[in-house]
Ligand binder design. Structure first.
Ligand code: AMP
Length: 193
């Protein structure tokens, strides 16, 4: 099984690259941001609570996203592998993911991190906001808050996987296909081990 974490700040290109990775490696896509937006759309209790935090650019509680991932892993026991996108975002979520995967005799194969500087992220997200309809992409202050949440709570997640020898940084600025080729190299070096 290939269990891949696609890591990087908001606007790094995780959505674009994950679509390409899924198509090539036949993985199940688990994006906690997408799952939360579905809950909001459905008007669920969980969605309502998450929306208040998402509208402020803050992370939703660890228990909420860990519970969602737990359900999805159970739903797809026969998958060829998973791509985790926007999760884990805290060290607590990383520890919970390791524990969940261990119950299936599985583990994370690799973390691929897209590296993009803050000023490029801001302009990409403001641009995306013009077409995505995402309220959290349409306000500079909110975008800065999300990048701040990333730098303070999410960046330590990279160290967590680095300590396990699973962290692969990739330059996230450039042609989509060039970046994808680098990602493929990283994945293929793990799967050929
Ligand atoms: P994303 O689509 O990944 O940019 O996520 C949008 C928003 O959903 C984030 O700004 C957070 O408020 C929330 N969110 C998504 N994934 C997580 C996560 N793993 N942990 C906490 N909050 C999350």
């Amino acid at each position: 099984m290939l269990n891949l974490i696609l890591f990087g700040p908001p606007g790094a290109g995780k959505g674009t690259q994950s679509e390409k990775i899924i198509a090539r490696y036949n993985l199940i896509h688990l994006s906690t941001g997408d799952l939360l937006r579905s809950e909001i759309q459905a008007g669920s209790e969980l969605g309502l609570r998450a929306k208040t935090l998402m509208d402020q650019g803050l992370l939703v509680p660890d228990e909420v996203v860990i519970g969602m991932i737990d359900h999805k892993l159970r739903d797809h026991r026969d998958a060829a592998g998973f791509i985790f996108d926007g999760f884990p975002r805290t060290v607590k979520q990383s520890e919970a993911l390791d524990e969940l995967l261990a119950t299936y005799d599985q583990s994370i194969s690799v973390m691929i991190a897209l590296v993009v500087d803050d000023s490029e992220l801001l302009s990409r997200l403001l641009n995306r906001g013009k077409t995505s309809g995402r309220p959290d992409d349409q306000n500079e202050e909110l975008i800065s808050k999300r990048i701040h949440e990333y730098n303070s709570k999410t960046k330590p997640v990279a160290d967590y996987y680095q300590q396990q020898g699973k962290f692969v940084p990739i330059e996230g600025i450039g042609e989509i296909e060039t970046i994808f080729a680098e990602i493929n190299k990283a994945i293929d070096s793990v799967t050929s081990k």
